[in-house]
Design a binder for this molecule. Structure first.
Ligand code: PLP
Length: 371
């Protein structure tokens, strides 16, 4: 167990929080400390509607069954996990914990997940960008520039976000690059490795390496491989237990609804048998889709993907627009990122059901025939 004195992350937290912040002590969190059969300490209504019995009470902040199921799936310690409303909430909370508004900054490597910058803006934290290097079909980390920028005292960088596999580019970064960045940034910034899509790859999760890196926080989510995007469960995972304790103190007292926790536990239970099968199915569909798009003359390239989506670059902006409109006419909605400078002429396309993928393939073939 870490304490605050030997934590690498606590000194990076905003000074005002470190010195003056007292977490809310909720009635539910006090319940574990005081025994009693009749709880009149949380202003709950003791008369639930029919069929909704059990939901009249607030739940604890980190439901034990949920945390145990996540820890088992990720093969890590329960104490390392902070469950939040999607990993989005972890991103938001981490930026607010580390960055003093108007002074501190985050570092990102675009093109990448857009919410880092948005939550940064909400907190008044500048987004300092070191763009990915585009070499043939590869988007790679500019490791030396990242390290130099993160250590520059003028930049006030407190937090770096590394999305691996990355969205929207779909690629993985070599673990050695990530490890070098984490090590070099120790004492300067926390490194957040966002592994929303890690289950679709054969690369090991950094959750298994947490103990080696004192300034590392990993983000995971049940929204992708566990097919639970609508339930909003994600988490921050970190071996620094002084830090995870601090983070729980900054989080809302009741973030996880009881019904959501129950569904998440069920998904994780089923995943024990079905996760591998699900990965194989999605990866196979992804390959079939990628091959079909590669044959389409309107497509310049399909970037290699280690996720459940494809980044497809069309030969022109007009070709991308034509495809997205044809798809919309068939009620298929794709992600249009073709006008963005770093993903020009590109569409991001999720792997769907077999039927949906067939519809897309048919569309690509029709366009090819008409060319
Ligand atoms: C890279 C990445 N990180 C985090 C998230 C947020 O996931 P959630 O809030 O659903 O857990 C997403 C969602 O699409 C994502 O693509």
């Amino acid at each position: 167990m870490k304490n605050q004195e030997n934590s690498a992350l606590i000194p990076l937290i905003r000074e005002d929080l470190r010195q003056n912040f007292t977490p809310y002590s909720s009635a539910a969190s006090e319940m574990g400390k005081i025994d009693g059969a009749h709880y009149l300490n949380a202003n709950e209504n003791p008369y639930p509607f029919k069929g909704l019995e059990g939901y009249e009470r607030y739940d604890v902040q980190q439901p034990p069954a949920l945390i145990a199921a996540i820890a088992k799936n990720y093969q890590t310690h329960k104490d390392y996990i902070v469950a939040t409303r999607g990993s989005d909430e972890s991103i938001d909370l981490l930026i607010r914990m580390f960055c003093a508004a108007g002074r501190d900054a985050i570092l990102t490597c675009p093109p990448t997940f857009g919410m880092y910058k948005i939550y940064g803006s909400l907190q008044g934290a500048k987004d300092v960008q070191v763009p990915l290097l585009q070499e043939s079909l590869n988007f790679s980390l500019d490791v030396e520039s990242i390290i130099k920028t993160a250590k520059d005292p003028q930049q006030h960088i407190k937090l770096m976000f590394l999305c691996c596999p990355n969205s929207p580019t779909g690629n993985l970064f070599p673990p050695t690059d990530i490890e070098k960045i984490i090590q070099e940034l120790e004492g300067y910034a926390a490194v957040v490795v966002d592994e929303a899509y890690i289950n679709f790859t054969r690369q090991d999760s950094f959750v298994q390496k947490l103990e080696q890196f004192p300034n590392l926080i990993v983000l995971r989510t049940l929204s992708k491989i566990h097919a639970l995007a609508g339930e909003r469960i994600g988490c921050a995972v970190c071996a620094d237990t002084a830090f995870t304790t601090f983070m729980r103190g900054c989080l809302a007292p009741y973030p996880v609804p009881k019904s959501v926790a129950q569904n998440a536990v069920e998904a994780l239970r089923q995943a024990e048998e079905r996760q591998e099968e699900m990965v194989c199915k999605i990866v196979k569909s992804r390959q079939i889709l990628a091959e079909a798009f590669t044959q389409c003359p309107d497509v310049e390239c399909v970037y290699p993907s280690e996720t459940n989506f494809l980044l497809v670059k069309f030969i022109s902006y007009n070709a991308a627009q034509h495809f997205i409109k044809q798809a919309a006419a068939k009620n298929i909605i794709l992600r249009d990122i073709s006008a963005k400078e770093d993903t020009q002429n590109c569409l991001r396309i999720s792997v769907g059901t077999e039927e949906e993928n067939e519809m897309l393939i048919h569309l690509a073939e029709t366009i090819a025939k008409a060319a």
